[in-house]
Write a protein that binds this ligand. Structure first.
Ligand code: ADP
Length: 449
C-alpha cells in the first residue's frame, strides 16, 4: 500500500478519500485552492498544500500545481476524485511521467471512454447493446439528416466530448434537427472545446440504470449490481438508489455481464461505471462509461458492504481484487439524496452564505458524506453539493421511511438547500412506488410550482 497519497479534489469527496486513506493507514495530503483554506478536508488531512487561487482553472484543473504538490510532499499516488481532472487522459499521462500513480484506469481507457462516439463504437463491437444511432461522429448536417431518417425521430444530438448533460438537444422532426444541429455544435465547442456531435435515437420512457464495476490489473473483474439514477433535473442526478425498483435478479445478471464484457474489451482497471438506459420492456442500452468514482457510489457500498474508495487505492497499489463475483450480495435497499445549496422555490437558484447551525441526522441506517460544519461558508466557485444523505433499510419501504425522517432531522441553517424539494418528492406517489422515468423530476417541478 502507498505511504502517502495526494487528493486532487475538494468538498465531500476529498473528505471521503481522506477517510479511506486513514482506514488503510495511508497519509493523506490534500491539495486546496485559496478558497478552500478552511475546508473540512484540509482539517482532516495529515498535510495540506495550497495549489493556487480559487478559480479551478488555476488550481484544481492545473496539472503542474498538483504534480508539484505531490512531489514536494513525497506522495506516491494521486486520487483525482470526480470532476476536475478525474477524466483527463493528459493528466493521467503526466502523473505517469512523474512516477506518480494515478488512482484510476490508464490514460487510454480514459481517452476512449471520454469520447462518446468512440466509446459507443468500442462497446458495440464488444457486443454490448447501444442505443441505435450514428456510426461515429456526425460530419455534416446532411449526414445528421440522413442518420435521423434511418433511425427515426425523435433523435438526440450529443456532444461526443461532453458531460454534465450540456449541449444535448432533442429533435422531433427534420425542421427541429436543422435548427438544433448548429446550436448543439456551437454549445459543444463553447463548453468542451470540441464541437463533435453524435446522434442517438431519443428514448422517451427510460430509466437510467448504471452498473458499478471493479477490475484489477491481473484481469479479474466483478460487477456490484446497479444503481437507479432516474430522478434527474437537467440531466443531473438528484436521488439515487440500489437496487433499482425496475431490475430483477435475472436482468441484473444480464446487465452485469454486459458491463463486464465492456470492461474486458478495453482491459479496464480500477473502479468504473457503465451507464445504461432501461426501457419499459426490459431492454437496456449502453450510453457511456465513467472512468472514475461517482458521486452516488455510497448506495452500492451500503447494499454490498464493499468499500469502493479503499478498493480504488488497493487496486492502484497493485493488490489483487480478492472479491469473487459470487461474494457480491446485495442486501436490503439504499437511497442517496443529494443536498445542494440551491433554493427550490426560486428555480433552484444557487444559494450562498455562512452555515449557522449544522446538525446532521443519525440513528440506524444513516450515513452522511459532507464537508460542512457550523461556521463554514461554502465557496461559490464550485459545484453546489453540500451533503449526501444515504440511508439503508431492510427493504425499499424502510429506506424511504428512514430517508424521510433523516431529512426532517437534518438541520442546515443560513443557506437555502434542496431538502424541501426532496421531501416533496418522497411524498409523491410515482416516486414512492418506484415507477418513474428520467422525465419525472421536470414534471414534478412543474406540478409543485
Ligand atoms: P452526460 O455525460 O452529459 O451526462 P449521458 O450520455 O450520460 O450524458 O446522458 C445523460 C442523461 O441524458 C441520461 O441519464 C438520460 O437521462 C439522458 N439521455 C442520454 N441519452 C439518451 C437517449 N438516447 N434517449 C433518452 N435520454 C437520454
Amino acid at each position: 500500500m502507498f505511504n502517502k497519497v495526494l487528493i486532487a479534489n475538494r468538498g465531500e469527496i476529498a473528505v471521503r478519500i481522506v477517510r479511506a486513506c486513514h482506514e488503510l493507514g495511508v497519509r493523506a495530503v490534500v491539495a486546496y485552492s485559496e478558497a478552500d483554506k478552511y475546508s473540512l478536508a484540509v482539517r482532516l488531512a495529515d498535510e495540506a498544500v495550497c495549489i493556487g487561487p480559487a478559480a479551478s482553472a488555476r488550481s484544481y484543473l492545473n496539472p503542474s500545481a498538483l504534480i508539484s504538490a505531490a512531489l514536494m510532499t513525497g506522495c506516491e499516488a494521486i486520487h483525482p476524485g470526480y470532476g476536475f481532472l478525474s477524466e483527463n487522459p493528459y493528466f493521467a499521462e503526466i502523473c505517469a511521467e512523474y512516477k506518480l500513480k494515478f488512482i484510476g484506469p490508464d490514460a487510454n481507457a480514459i481517452r476512449m471512454m471520454g469520447d462518446k462516439a468512440l466509446g459507443r463504437k468500442t462497446m458495440r463491437d464488444a457486443g454490448v447493446p447501444t442505443v441505435p444511432g450514428s456510426r461515429g461522429e456526425l460530419r455534416t448536417l446532411e449526414e445528421a439528416v440522413e442518420t435521423a431518417h434511418q433511425i427515426g425521430y425523435p433523435v438526440l444530438l450529443k456532444p461526443s466530448g461532453g458531460g454534465g448533460g450540456r449541449g444535448m438537444r432533442v429533435a422531433q422532426n427534420e425542421a427541429d434537427l436543422i435548427k438544433a444541429y448548429p446550436t448543439s455544435k456551437a454549445e459543444a465547442e463553447a463548453a468542451f472545446g470540441n464541437s463533435a456531435l453524435l446522434m442517438e435515437k431519443y428514448l422517451p420512457q427510460v430509466r437510467h440504470v448504471e452498473i458499478q464495476v471493479l477490475a484489477d490489473q491481473y484481469g479479474h473483474a466483478i460487477h456490484l449490481g446497479e444503481r437507479d439514477c432516474s430522478s434527474q433535473r437537467r440531466h443531473q442526478k438528484i436521488v439515487e438508489e440500489a437496487p433499482s425498483p425496475a431490475v430483477n435478479p435475472d436482468l441484473r445478471a444480464r446487465m452485469g455481464e454486459a458491463a463486464l464484457k465492456g470492461v474486458r474489451a478495453i482491459n479496464y482497471v480500477n473502479a468504473g461505471t457503465m451507464e445504461f438506459l432501461l426501457d419499459p420492456d426490459g431492454n437496456f442500452y449502453f450510453i457511456e462509461m465513467n472512468t472514475r468514482i461517482q458521486v452516488e457510489h455510497p448506495v452500492t457500498e451500503m447494499v454490498t458492504g464493499i468499500d469502493l474508495v479503499k478498493w480504488q487505492l488497493r487496486i492502484a497499489a497493485g493488490e489483487p481484487l480478492t472479491i469473487r463475483q459470487s461474494d457480491v450480495v446485495m442486501r436490503g435497499h439504499a437511497i442517496e439524496a443529494r443536498i445542494n445549496a440551491e433554493d427550490p422555490d426560486r428555480d433552484f437558484m444557487p444559494s450562498g452564505g455562512e452555515i449557522e447551525y449544522y446538525l446532521p441526522p443519525g440513528g440506524p441506517g444513516v450515513r452522511v458524506d459532507s464537508h460542512l460544519y457550523a461556521g463554514y461558508s461554502p465557496p461559490g466557485y464550485y459545484d453546489s453539493l453540500l451533503a449526501k444523505l444515504i440511508v439503508w433499510g431492510a427493504d425499499r419501504n424502510e429506506a424511504l421511511a428512514r430517508l424521510e425522517r433523516a431529512l426532517r432531522e437534518f438541520v442546515i441553517t443560513g443557506i437555502y438547500t434542496t431538502i424541501p424539494f426532496t421531501l416533496a418528492m418522497l411524498e409523491d406517489p410515482p416516486f414512492r412506488e418506484g415507477r418513474i422515468s428520467t422525465r419525472y423530476v421536470p414534471d414534478l417541478v412543474q406540478r409543485i410550482k
